[in-house]
Write a protein that binds this ligand. Structure first.
Ligand SMILES: C[S@@+](CC[C@H](N)C(=O)[O-])C[C@H]1O[C@@H](n2cnc3c(N)ncnc32)[C@H](O)[C@@H]1O
Length: 400
């Protein structure tokens, strides 16, 4: 990897500045816009830009130590040069780097030591405490995994194709992919590629969906002809999977509190040829009450800290804090309590999060079960980041 084009450097700089200091700017959206605005960049340039951009977000705190100051809107070039020095990325001495005291950074790097675990793993101090408290001795193993780059995994849309056919179609478009054992619809890319440009994507043959996330759809044990409600559907990553598992038969009602997410879900459903999905916006409590005892299956893919998916969204760790965690846990319990009434007696539901903290997962389920004797936990799965893919939690619960 080398950084030898000035326009790439400026692009990385502006994107980092926006992600770190813009209000509610998410890294994936920022980089998507940047790459769209520079269609002239070739695939090698895009790779350089996204890799350095994401790595600097991931290693922000550690880089702050090397540069001897916290990130500020006017010292992002210093952070980029510190990154290049640390990772031995070859770079040109652009004028943007003028005034940066490289020698000071090199002195710190030479010591080969950082003062605390928070610097070592590049996470906020409060998060070190939270991980230690919640995960015990295993937390460092998981944190090492969370600092790695996520592989790109696709889900073959079985309404239109199979993993085998998809792999072959992708090969025709110069994308090499392979199946993953024990993940029936998953296909992993050999190397990162912009798969959204492929004809296979435009034809709805796949969605980008992490392997662990695909486990949730399977775990819900849906059957053709059932009524399935997905209450935190967002833009429908899991809704679309459910539609293909149900072979387009039966009904899926997808809800969320944001209309724009449901609009995106509808667009994706059209591309995927998923015809059994109806979207409903949660505008008031009546929307939920009307569904009480109406569903055979219910998916609660609850809003959470996102601490299981830091490989993919490393900026989350800079955007959340202990107060956010406390608030989201109250919200999760309320969602469980209110939405669980949607399943029929004898029906099943999943409570899932992309967090690895027991306090967002099993402890939420235990509290819910303590207050609702007519529900029982059938099975749970904890997928940890050290297993290779995203960290997820899922609990299968039955209404007795
Ligand atoms: C983990 S995300 C869902 C991801 C989605 N299921 C997927 O697979 O792509 C959680 C979703 O819950 C929604 N949400 C937040 N609070 C909610 C609430 N009180 N009721 C319903 N949905 C809510 C958010 O807008 C977000 O889309």
């Amino acid at each position: 990897m080398e950084l030898i084009h000035r326009n790439l450097l400026i692009g990385i700089h502006d994107a980092l500045q926006e992600t770190f200091f813009g209000e509610r700017k998410y890294a994936d959206k920022v980089i998507e816009r940047l790459l769209k605005a520079h269609r002239q960049w070739g695939s090698a340039d895009r790779k350089v830009v996204s890799e350095i951009f994401y790595n600097i977000i991931r290693w922000k705190k550690r880089l702050e130590y090397y540069m001897g100051e916290n990130a500020k809107p006017d010292n992002i070039y210093k952070m980029i040069i510190s990154y290049c020095l640390w990772t031995k990325t070859h770079y040109k001495k652009f004028e943007e780097f003028d005034g940066v005291k490289v020698a000071d950074v090199l002195v710190k790097l030479k010591k080969n030591k950082v003062p605390s675990k928070a610097f070592e793993y590049s996470i906020p101090d409060w998060l070190v405490e939270t991980f230690e408290r919640e995960l015990g001795a295993n937390w460092e193993k998981e944190m090492i995994a969370l600092n790695e780059q996520a592989p790109t995994v696709l889900r073959a849309n079985t309404l239109k194709t199979s993993t085998k056919e998809l792999i072959s179609d992708l090969r025709d478009e110069d994308v090499t992919a392979f199946p993953i054992k024990n993940y029936p619809d998953a296909v992993q890319l050999e190397e990162k590629k912009n798969v959204f440009l492929t004809t296979a994507f435009k034809d709805g043959l796949f969605e980008v969906q992490d392997a662990s996330s695909q486990k949730i759809g399977e775990f819900l044990d849906v059957k053709e002809g059932q009524r399935v409600v997905d209450v935190c559907a967002g833009a429908g990553g899991k809704t679309l999977h459910l539609a293909s598992l149900m072979n387009n038969k039966g009904q899926i009602i997808a809800l969320d509190i944001y209309a724009w997410k449901l609009a995106e879900l509808k667009r994706r459903a059209r591309r995927a040829g998923a015809q059994n999905i109806e979207t409903r916006l949660i505008e008031d409590t009546k929307v939920i009450k009307r569904l009480h005892e109406k569903a055979d299956r219910l998916l609660i893919d609850a809003p959470c800290s996102g601490l299981g998916v830091l490989k993919r969204n490393p900026d989350s760790k800079w955007k959340i804090d202990q107060q956010f965690l406390d608030r989201i846990k109250i919200e999760q319990q309320k969602i469980l309590q209110d939405y669980s009434k949607i399943i029929k007696v004898g029906g099943k539901m999943i409570y899932a999060t992309c967090s690895i903290l027991p306090s967002e997962n099993r402890e939420q389920v235990d509290l819910f079960l303590k207050n609702n004797a007519n529900y029982a936990l059938l099975e749970e799965k904890k997928v940890m980041p050290s297993e290779g893919y995203d960290g997820f939690y899922m609990a299968l619960i039955e209404r007795k």
